[in-house]
Design a binder for this molecule. Structure first.
Ligand code: SAM
Length: 276
């Protein structure tokens, strides 16, 4: 069971603390929602899950109940110390660290999945840190507005590297729209639970981190053309081969076009410059 608002308030105030808004602390109180989303994600005894920001363990509890082993990374030292007391379980390891610095490969062996009711102030950096690792499944609670990035198409304002990486390598669905009253304290914004399942191309893709850097270079100045943003002399020839006009902007290219472009560019142009 997730704690209700009164219980959360009591746990925090007994320790002389309050929810830390600067750390995006909005604790989920809806057990049924968490349980349903974990079930839909299909976690089981075979799942190794990296959990981001476990807080008081509302989602952690459901992951453990599904049988998963959980490596949880929590930036708030008080919560990181408290969680193993609230949820004593040999399958749970809690680290007091910042997820953006946590050395994931030292603690979690692939294949693994990722889950988290994310701290909204760093949603994009977190998702962009996870995507190149190609987790099997990613289950995230995000601000509803941010969820649009996972589905964005060329020409949309929020279309960018995150949308392209997601759409190239994952099948993405919204599991639930979540109103503010399902959290304590209530955030000022609506939320959404999104599920991303890895698709086939990710299995054979050599280097997700490099591809992401390439995409960031392509979008570095949105109003400029792709060849203005990536000035490598090898790029125009690759674009010509694929029939992509040299006047194109990154925001106009479809994810599949980016993938073909990058694959040929990394192979035929100077490979070291693929991460311009
Ligand atoms: N999972 C809990 C739940 O659903 O009730 C808490 C979710 S709350 C939205 C976000 C959590 O992420 C908080 O516990 C917060 O302290 C933690 N957090 C914030 N920034 C973090 C970071 N950089 N690395 C790891 N955890 C972070």
């Amino acid at each position: 069971m997730a704690y209700n608002a009164g219980q959360i308030k009591e746990i925090l105030s007994n320790a002389g603390r309050r929810a830390n808004r600067a750390l995006g602390q909005n604790f989920c109180t809806d057990t049924e929602l968490l349980s349903r989303c974990v079930k839909t994600a299909g976690f089981s005894e075979n799942s190794r899950v990296l959990e981001i920001g476990p807080g008081l363990g509302a989602l952690t509890r459901e992951l453990l109940a599904a049988g998963a082993s959980v490596t949880a990374v929590e930036k708030d030292g008080f919560l990181a110390d408290l969680l193993p007391e609230l949820l004593p379980d040999s399958r749970l390891n809690v680290y007091h660290e910042d997820i953006l610095r946590f050395p994931i490969s030292e603690h979690v062996d692939p294949p693994f999945s990722v889950a988290g009711n994310l701290p909204y102030y760093i949603t994009t950096p977190i998702v962009e840190r996870m995507l190149p690792l190609f987790p099997d499944v990613m289950l995230f609670m995000v601000q509803k507005e941010a969820s649009a990035r996972f589905f964005a198409s060329p020409g949309e304002r929020v279309y960018g590297p995150l949308s392209i990486m997601t759409r190239c390598f994952y099948r993405c669905e919204v599991l639930a729209d979540v109103p503010p009253d399902r959290f304590y304290p209530s955030p000022d914004v609506a939320s959404a639970f999104v599920l991303l399942r890895r698709a086939d191309p990710a299995r054979s893709f050599p280097d997700g981190a490099r591809y992401l850097r390439f995409l960031h270079s392509a979008f570095s100045k949105r109003r400029k053309t792709l060849t203005n943003n990536i000035t490598d002399p090898g790029l125009p020839a690759v674009m010509n081969t694929l029939g992509i006009p040299l006047s194109v902007r990154a925001e106009a290219l479809f994810p599949e076009q980016f993938l073909s472009l990058y694959a040929l560019y990394a192979e035929t142009a100077a490979p070291q410059s693929a991460d311009t």
